[in-house]
Design a binder for this molecule. Structure first.
Ligand SMILES: [Zn+2]
Length: 72
């Protein structure tokens, strides 16, 4: 009687490795930080994302002064 040996399935390598996950986390954090930086420090008047308005500027106004961004 012969016994057949079933070969073990190859171990699947994860598609998303730890390095890719780390780079994605760092990239996401950097993009989020730049968006926050833009809205707190830059968005104003003609440069505003939401048209020529001061809504975002006024919303972040106290934070803008607290963090020392130039304002008025
Ligand atoms: Zn101000």
């Amino acid at each position: 009687m012969s016994t057949s040996v079933i070969p073990a399935a190859p171990i699947a390598t994860p598609v998303v490795t730890a390095e890719v996950r780390t780079v994605a986390l760092l990239l996401g954090t950097a993009i989020l930080a730049l968006i926050v930086y833009y809205f707190i420090g830059v968005d104003e008047g003609a440069l505003s994302v939401f048209g020529k308005s001061m809504y975002v500027h006024e919303f972040f106004h106290d934070g803008r002064h607290f963090l020392g961004f130039p304002c008025h």
